[in-house]
Design a protein around this ligand. Structure first.
Ligand SMILES: [Zn+2]
Length: 54
């Protein structure tokens, strides 16, 4: 999964992606940039309910 790294100012393939569900029911993925080690966060499309189907 790719996410935008603010340190590299580019999209990087996320390292150690962990799925997180936010209080508002949206799903996101948290991980680290493999290049700079910066923490990344990417909000997925759709809700947590929809995400369970996959
Ligand atoms: Zn980076």
């Amino acid at each position: 999964m790719k996410a935008y790294c603010f340190k590299c100012k580019a999209f990087q393939e996320m390292d150690f992606p962990v799925r997180v569900i936010m209080k508002n029911g949206r799903v996101g993925t948290r991980g680290a940039c493999p290049v700079s080690g910066t923490k990344m966060f990417c909000i997925s499309k759709g809700s947590a309910v929809e995400d369970k189907r996959t």
